[in-house]
Write a protein that binds this ligand. Sequence first.
Ligand SMILES: [Zn+2]
Length: 100
Amino acid sequence: MKPHLGDQVHYVERDRRTDQPLPCRLAFISEVPRFLNREPLDGCPNGTDGEWIASLVVVGRTGFAFAGDADYLTPHGSNAPWAEDAATSWHVAADCEEAS
Ligand SMILES: [Zn+2]
């Protein structure tokens, strides 16, 4: 899913203690890097094999936060097996079954 500047998406962070995903948070795409920066596709154009990274402005309970180079990861599935363990990820709100 190609990200575009200003797209409204969901952001997911993993709980550092349990390694489980935390609830989705509202976010907006703020930057789309030209190249991927992590193995196994380091240096390939962003979007290679469906791996899209993006920087996000995340809406929190008490303010905004910023997340750099979050991986695109569908809510239920493994579109990018190498990104399944991503500490931070984003997905399209319409694909999400969680309350939106
Ligand atoms: Zn979601």
